[in-house]
Design a protein around this ligand. Sequence first.
Ligand SMILES: [Cu+2]
Length: 127
Amino acid sequence: MKKYVLSVVVVATLSFAACNSGSKSETATSQTEVKASAQQDQHASLAVQGLCEMCKENIEKAAKSVDGVSMAEWNAEKKELHLHFDAQKTSLDAVSKAIAKVGYDTDKDKADQATYDALPACCKYRG
Ligand SMILES: [Cu+2]
């Protein structure tokens, strides 16, 4: 019985020591890493004009072509693009510009007329 109590004390002391020695900085480092990667993964919404399934494809493809974008989903009813991206690699502005470049207006950037004119007839959201 005494031996059991002793070993509990030893284990407790060891784990206490471990918490207060070398492994402390290791724990702190990995916590920082987790926090940093959580901050990098940003979720954002961007208003993007469009009409049909083809628009959806073009918009999502343009968004995903931007390095650092992990998820892009455009909602045709809300005219809204939902994005997940790595803030260390890209920004909402960069994604917005990539989408405007393929012909779709966002609330940040307007597609130029020539690019818009080249869209299929079903995608002429400007009316
Ligand atoms: Cu379309």
